[in-house]
Design a protein. Sequence first.
Length: 282
Amino acid sequence: MKALSGFAAPGNAGPNLNGSGGKRQNAMDIIQPETIQNNSTTKEREDRSLQYQEQLRELSARLQSVREEECSRIAREIHDDLGQAMTSLKMDIAWITRNMNSQTEQALRTKLQEMSDLVDTTIQSVRRISTGLRPPVLDDIGLVAALEWHVQEFERRTHIPCELTCSLEESSLQGEAATAVFRIFQETLTNVARHAQATQVSALLEETGGRLLLHVHDNGRGITPQEIDDPRSIGLLGMKERARSHGGWVKIRGAQNGGTDVDVVLPLDHNHRQWKQESFPK
């Protein structure tokens, strides 16, 4: 009986699917090359994604550094140029007032006094704007003094008591890393004033195990997980990226007993880029 095309008659070996040797090719042998290729493509995509993320972080760190440099330059120019001009104007007004005779109209004296008061207000505004751009105490004295100054300013503006406890040596952290910690602390207190509805804030700054630890707690309504994960929370993202660019991390969470906790950790040595990514909290 003649075998049908494509099928073996009884007793025959049947068609050779392997091309030689009469052995059937294993299904895994057929799938494996494609699987390897797909895995390789996935790995390449993951590597490129990690590379892009690192490049974005480097760009973010560079932009922050440029921003701080520009703020410093503008603050110096405002303080030096406008401040000196206002001081000179104040001295001229004082000279005119001293050299006026008794027959001068009282209205003119009153106007000069108003001008003098306006100059005083302008000088205070120049100092406030200049300090807001870049607190000179951060460069002149150091991080701890800058944090203490900002606590005083926070209390003056918001009337919310804020207690800062610090055991960190001034020389422990300087330069851009100190600026990053100051800006993170500044943003934290800004969020407290705007959103927390708190009546008390406490902050702890210390050094342990070669790391700087900053812990801030407020007794407000407490931040929600949705607020933490909100992609529109640019301030929170900026805090995290500032710390990450110096090998550290920021963790923000609602406190168990109410309020919000903010923890900041930065290495104090120069080998912070050797820290493993897995050590960063989610």
